[in-house]
Write a protein that binds this ligand. Structure first.
Ligand code: V0V
Ligand code: CO
Length: 140
């Protein structure tokens, strides 16, 4: 199994526009994509941080809940804005998830589902990853 890069770091916020403005104005990151991902109950903004060795990007994914019963909404209410997950890029999310599942790590979407920008994604339970909600991403 090979992770090729940090695909994105997921950051949850109350005010997407204000948070985007902070990252563009303060750090100079470029806003490259926005999308509502209904299946996850989130609105996202993707900011480009840098290109990487495998030819894809490393990004920030700013997230705000679309409705009150999404996982992100509960998390925001309990903890406030901040880092929510880290996502690693892999050429084959199905193979990586299968291997990690056989190693005893709980895979949350089996089979993987559709994420941002048509990517194929799954998540590993934070309790099996030393407190970090971990996403695996294969780009289309
Ligand atoms: C919950 N916990 C976390 C956590 N969320 N720990 C670290 N980081 C997080 N983000 C802890 C929580 O404090 C509990 O610990 C324990 O895990 C169980 O939490 P829970 O109360 O049962 O919480 P739930 O019911 O909200 O479920 C948590 C999980 C859920 C992680 C299972 O959020 C999930 O299925 N996440 C995967 C989908 C997702 O996150 N979608 C939004 C991003 P204690 O209190 O028991 O110690 S969508 C996205 O990124 C996309 C589409 C993309 O393309 O990138
Ligand atoms: Co994500």
């Amino acid at each position: 199994m090979a992770f090729t890069r940090i695909d994105h770091i997921g950051i949850v916020c109350h005010d997407l526009d204000a948070t985007v403005a902070f990252y563009t104005d303060t750090f100079g990151f470029e806003l490259i994509h926005t999308e509502d991902i209904e299946s996850q109950g989130v609105r996202e903004a993707i900011l480009r941080v840098n290109g990487t060795d495998d030819g894809a990007l490393s990004c920030l994914q700013l997230l705000t809940p679309l409705h009150e019963d999404s996982a992100v909404s509960r998390w925001l209410a309990e903890r406030g804005p901040g880092v929510h997950h880290i996502a690693f890029g892999t050429d084959d999310v199905d193979a990586a998830a299968g291997e990690l599942g056989r190693a005893g790590i709980r895979v949350l979407f089996d089979p993987p589902g559709t994420g941002s920008r048509g990517s194929r994604v799954t998540f590993l339970h934070p309790k099996d990853c030393h407190g970090v909600l971990t996403e695996l991403v294969t780009l289309p």
